[in-house]
Design a protein around this ligand. Structure first.
Ligand code: DGL
Length: 287
């Protein structure tokens, strides 16, 4: 069997945190990283609008790219769109991203944990169910950060992002109660690990920032093995095959972002307009 084609999808650049972990396990795979930057951010979008947008876009792109697996590297979209995508494309495995509440609750000594996510993810029944199921012994602070994903985008584009702005977005994650303090913060938006260095600079006390990217990558790798694509024997020791980054805006990246993409083994490629991409971008722009 040839190397698999892996489609990694997010609203913007956050899915790069998941892409990097998959590349570490499968450097030889063919990657297409697809960012729906024409309508970014998803974090404030109504559920029905989001479902139509993502499923409509991915139906066109899956037909064009014929991936062997699709990774929805976006918490905000995953739980909403996976049922419909799986029903439309029964032959293609999909791997999603959900808040890592379970490991955080399991490892927390203080039993005070926080879930840092987009406002949409914080409001989802799915998130509340996860907390009921895995963290009933903990007190869970849900923090919907309105601007954090946009700050991560700015950072990746080489724009200056003030630590004070980041501190404001994350400050309510830190809770002190009865002599205990929050000790685990779940990064429940794939954009947030891009800002991890800044989080560590501004955190009022040290916490464990729980990034599920590696676990998602292992899941994707396992699914590929099940689909008949053997594990890559040398993993991260092999040279990385160059993949493509496509943006629904069709805007080419500036110098800083192009460099960041290149460091991840990706080069920008215009979306193929013959296959309906122009229609998708325009319908987004009209909203
Ligand atoms: N990266 C996305 C997530 O994991 C969402 C960012 C956004 O579009 O608001 O939730």
């Amino acid at each position: 069997m040839t190397d698999p084609t892996i489609l990694v999808f997010d609203s913007g650049l956050g899915g790069l945190t998941v892409h990097a972990e998959i590349v570490a396990l499968r450097p030889q795979a063919r990657y297409v990283y697809l960012a729906d930057d024409a309508v970014f951010p998803y974090g404030g979008m109504a559920a029905d609008v989001l479902i139509e947008r993502v499923c409509g876009l991915l139906d066109v792109q899956i037909a064009r790219l014929k991936p062997d697996i699709v990774v929805i590297a976006c918490n905000t979209a995953s739980t909403l769109v996976l049922p419909r995508l799986r029903a439309t494309w029964p032959g293609i495995p999909f791997v999603g991203t959900v808040p890592a509440v379970k490991p955080a609750a399991h490892h927390s000594a203080s039993q005070l944990i926080s879930v840092l996510a987009t406002p949409a993810t914080v409001a989802r029944d799915y998130t509340h169910d996860l907390i009921r199921q895995y963290a009933s012994h903990c007190e869970v602070q849900l923090v919907g950060a309105p601007k954090l994903a946009s700050l991560a985008e700015a950072f990746m584009k080489g724009e200056s992002v003030a630590d004070a702005d980041i501190a404001r977005e994350i400050e309510s994650c830190f809770v002190e109660k009865d002599g205990r303090r929050t000790d685990h913060v779940v990064l429940a938006c794939t954009h947030y690990p891009l800002l991890l260095d800044a989080f560590r600079r501004v955190e009022p006390w040290p916490v464990t920032w729980v990034d599920p990217a590696h676990a998602i990558a292992r899941r994707a790798d396992h699914v590929l093995v099940e689909a008949g694509f053997p594990e890559e024997p040398h993993g991260s020791a092999s040279p990385v095959q160059v993949g493509f980054a496509e943006f629904t805006s069709n805007r080419p990246p500036g110098a800083a972002l192009a460099k960041a993409l290149e460091a991840r083994g990706l080069v920008w490629r215009a979306m193929d307009e013959r296959n309906g991409d122009r229609r998708v971008s325009q319908s987004a722009a009209l909203r």
